[in-house]
Write a protein that binds this ligand. Sequence first.
Ligand SMILES: [Zn+2]
Length: 349
Amino acid sequence: MIANIQSITQLEDGWLQVRVPLPFSLKWVNAYLLPEAEGWTLIDPGLRTEETEAFWGAVLSEQDIGWQDIKAIVLTHHHPDHYGMAGWFQEQTGAKVYLSQAALNSAERLWGENEIFSEQLTQAFLCHGLAQELTEDMREHMRGFRERVSPQPAETVILQPGTIFRMGLVDWEIYSGEGHAPGHLIFYDRASGRLLCGDQVLPDISPNIGWMPGGDPDPLGSFLISLQELLPLEVGMVFPGHRNPFPQYRQRIQELLEHHERRLVKMTELLGEEERSAFELCELMFGTKLRGNTHNLRFALAETIAHLIQLEQRKLIARVELDDESAGGVSESLGEPRLIRYRRIISLA
Ligand SMILES: [Zn+2]
């Protein structure tokens, strides 16, 4: 898809919402271009593919924006569909890349030289019951992201939550959201009630809250706390990372909070009186068709584990780590994962 009339929406104050195509079911990620006194600030450029490179060339020429007119590249978080083109854009424009320290750390861990994350994640998923035959797909799926997030930006500037950042001729208060991605930046313009929030609050879809090895130990707990902290902000218009800008800010946060409470109840019901692995519960919750879509399976399994960890935190379920014999001869000495299962805690009261 080359840039067309549906790709770009003119917003107030000369802002541009650019729908950058994604090869996933999400369809597109929103980049925002904010005009400066001289040039533009670009927020979340998208995933790097041949298609998006051509797409951006077409968007900028249609808008009569030169590469050199991009003066700053701002990232809400490190996920590949937002961060992926940052380094490539820096090469074209010479602009600095602004992001949080946690996002930079995460990007280095996931996409840096000598990364071991794809192996760590695959091993962790095997511990959570991932079917053996899916092992190689999962490993390759994670490694497959590397070229879509390359090159890494060479020159970065760290943005600190609690400080003010000027872009688009506005002084933005910087907030940090947790749960979806560590150190997820949120920009709030108190005067106008505008919120640039990346994936922290999305319309229609629930932001993925997934557990990953080496990341937030309880991402769903962090997400619920983060939403409660963000709830009091007076917001008139939300500019999200996916779908379109929307005004129902507090209503949407309430819906997301309720969605996760319902999901936690459902997870407990699916567990029933059995001992089950996260992978079993994932297939009970989302169905076995995910086996044909490694990308969606990764999201679903990481999300299931995040819910199980939160239920553990609430002391409603307990983790059972199977020893070598009961795990059917799976032995740690062979470097094989130790299976983790969950069971409900039956209250005696
Ligand atoms: Zn994201």
